[in-house]
Unconditional design. Structure first.
Length: 229
């Protein structure tokens, strides 16, 4: 994969060999040329690329191809493709090369690996802390959701009770309306009865009543005394 990047180079020396440590953020890279020189190879870049090509499947994520601007002898600048390796990739090349200087290069690269391991551990700890805070946030929100669910259940019960009371009130209102109608009818009947009682009866009605009462008295006496004609 080819990438155009802005890199900062730090020049270091290893057993008389000058190496360029290319830095991009927290990442560090080494060119195939410099790795070959540090291993004491006669054709540094070519032999490193050959080692890389023979075991390319082992370098997944350990290398990249970058474009860098270089100045030629004639003063003009041109873009050059460089295959670079991170410390893990350079360490693997030192193992595959098996030259007298491989051990020294591996020892020198170990400090980069230790730094990467430390950075990785810090990243893991930061991730754990972030996960802990996230879990706390989730627990807090879950608690709020539980409270809201309880409140919803409470409001639902109150609504059901209110509906029941509303239905009872409607029935009571219907009963009251029926009682009012009956009361009004009774009041009308009572008013009519009062008018009938307070009005003076006609004379013929009184005469008929006296005859009726006299007849009832006579019949009662006959039955009581056994009177016969």
């Amino acid at each position: 994969m080819e990438t155009s990047v802005a890199l900062h180079a730090e020049i270091v020396e290893l057993e008389g060999v000058r190496l360029a440590v290319l830095e991009q953020g927290e990442e560090k890279w080494f060119t195939a040329e410099d790795i070959g020189k540090a291993l004491g190879l006669s054709q540094p870049r070519k032999e490193i690329i050959n080692l890389f090509n023979r075991s390319r499947d082992e370098f997944d994520g350990l290398h990249r191809v970058i474009n860098l601007m270089t100045r030629c002898r004639d003063g003009r600048s041109r873009r050059v493709h460089y295959t670079v390796f991170n410390p893990q990739g350079a360490y693997l090349l030192a193992i595959l090369a098996r030259t007298p200087k491989s051990k020294a290069l591996r020892r020198w690269l170990s400090r980069f690996l230790a730094h990467d391991l430390h950075r990785l551990r810090e990243g893991v700890e930061q991730m754990k802390e972030a996960n802990r805070k996230l879990q706390e946030s989730l627990d807090w929100h879950q608690g709020k959701v539980t409270q809201l669910e309880g409140r919803v259940r409470q409001l639902t019960r109150q609504d059901e009770r209110l509906r029941e009371l509303t239905n009872l009130r409607q029935k009571d209102l219907a009963r009251i309306a029926g009682l009012e109608k009956r009361l009004q009818k009774a009041q009308r009947d009572l008013s009519g009865a009062q008018k009938t009682i307070t009005s003076p009866p006609p004379p013929e009605w009184l005469a008929g009543l006296e005859e009726f009462l006299e007849g009832c008295f006579i019949n009662a006496c006959r039955q009581y005394f056994g009177f016969r004609r």
